[in-house]
Design a protein around this ligand. Structure first.
Ligand code: C2O
Ligand code: CU
Ligand code: CU
Length: 445
């Protein structure tokens, strides 16, 4: 597991190094403070977040705190990237409720490479409201960064080059907290798993292999109003879920496997034409029951109120349509567009008034799934038409990333009420983002 740190004059030193990925294997990686994944940052709501990024990798670099809503110059917009040998200072107050957030590089055209090589970690916010619930904590709280990678001992374990911009980079092996084929010894107790899909492009349909339910308690922006038992959870890159697994009736020696189930992606290129592995099953995490203990945990009847915008207050609608084409000039590179645009750092694409509620429509007109992510606020998912056709249990409450499959039309209620300034809307398939599936959103007072 990654070391835990506090953002209290924290230095995050980025450098090229070696990482132990378990099973006696080591590979070249890009590391923050020598750790793969990056250190886990734990902070309380209302606390000061003071961190200095020292860039010693041979690329421009900037960090983004995914899910937090700091002022625009603290949010890791790619225009703030610093060169090798330079530093960037972050200093803001954490205004967000308790929840499972994360952070990663946001250097333009290089997010996929940087996250794949290791510059990504978890960020947990705690607050009093959540503490009052007595959820499993300490050794019973397991934060997990799930990623897939292509293990290639010849070219270097974490080799990243000529990324596939069509599907994004999809690996063939699971990593949990930087470890290949991760496993964990557990007690016969109730566990809280904070799970991040930190993959570049792979979508997980996360489930227990024995088919037993998992108890969903939270997602991108913290706890849901009530828990709900689910058989599986779909997670696009960037999405988080907070799950309780009740292992009290397991027996010592039993192995409980968490994995990603097979699924289709609408009229996407899954199935026959599929050359990639999107939607193929994958083992993710093995839990080995090691000790029998007593655990009298009781699920609270209600959890927390996520708040958020009310669609009845909406004053305006906007539509974002996703299409994919071959690049006109090179004919080889696949580009993914939002409203026919490809990202330009110096162009403002949408101007949105601060504090007003709007309805945004995400319409996917092509063959690729797009996990759409918005900076600077969280949104409420109102409806989904086409393909999966409904708002799923893990999309209740507030989200900052929502998976939009081919043929789907997802409507969300959005209100920017944290800070004005220049922020981003983009696909969190990191190769889609890197080829320009991103817009500049100017929040104006
Ligand atoms: Cu997690 Cu703009 O990204
Ligand atoms: Cu973000
Ligand atoms: Cu995409």
């Amino acid at each position: 597991m990654a070391p835990e740190v506090k953002p209290n004059a924290l230095t995050l030193h980025a450098e090229v190094g070696r990482a132990d990925v378990g099973g006696g294997m080591e590979g070249d990686a890009w590391l923050l403070n020598g750790s793969l994944p990056s250190p886990l940052i734990r902070v309380r709501k209302g606390e000061r977040f003071h961190a200095i990024l020292e860039n010693d990798v041979p690329d421009p670099l900037i960090l983004h705190w995914h899910g937090l809503t700091p002022p625009a110059d603290m949010d890791g917009h790619p225009r703030y990237a610093v060169r090798e040998g330079e530093t960037y200072e972050y200093d803001f107050t954490v205004e967000n409720r308790a929840g499972t957030y994360w952070y990663h590089s946001h250097a333009h055209h290089r997010v996929g490479k940087h996250a794949y090589l290791g510059i990504a970690g978890m960020l947990i916010v705690e607050d009093e409201e959540e503490e009052g619930l007595g959820l499993p904590s300490g050794e019973r709280e397991i934060p997990i960064v799930l990623q897939d990678r292509r293990v290639d001992p010849e070219r270097g374990l974490l080799h990243y080059s000529n990324p596939d911009t069509v599907e994004g980079v999809i690996g063939n092996e699971p990593f949990g907290n930087g470890v290949n084929y991760p496993y964990l010894e557990v007690d016969t107790a109730v566990y809280r798993f904070r799970i991040l899909n930190g993959s570049n492009a792979r979508i997980f349909r996360l489930a227990r292999e024995d088919g037993r339910p998992m108890t969903l308690i939270g997602n991108d922006a913290g706890l849901l109003p009530r828990s709900e038992d689910v058989e599986y959870v779909d997670m696009g890159p960037g999405e988080r879920v907070d799950l309780l697994l009740d292992l009290r009736d397991a027996s010592v020696g039993e192995v409980i496997q968490l994995g990603s189930r097979a699924f289709h992606i609408g009229t996407g290129l899954a199935g026959e034409q599929q050359t990639h592995r999107q939607g193929h099953p994958l083992e993710l995490l093995k839990l080995v029951v090691a000790r029998e203990v007593e655990d009298s945990f009781e699920m609270p009847g209600t959890l927390a109120d996520p708040g958020g915008p009310d669609p009845a207050d909406a004053v305006r609608e906007r539509t974002f349509t996703f299409t994919s084409d071959r690049d006109y000039h090179t004919r080889t590179m696949m580009e993914h567009h939002i409203n026919d645009l490809s990202y330009r750092m110096d162009r403002i694409d949408e101007r949105v008034p601060f504090g007003e509620t709007e309805i945004w429509s995400f319409i996917n007109e092509n063959h690729f799934p797009h996990p759409m992510h918005l900076h600077a606020t969280h949104f409420r998912v109102l409806s989904r038409e086409g393909y999966r056709g409904l708002v799923l249990p893990w999309e209740r409450g507030l989200k900052d990333t929502v998976l939009v499959h081919p043929e789907e039309h997802v409507r969300v209620a959005v209100r920017f009420d944290a800070h004005p300034g220049l922020f981003l809307l983009h696909c969190h398939n990191l190769e889609h983002e890197d080829v320009g599936m991103m817009l500049n959103i100017m929040v104006e007072r």
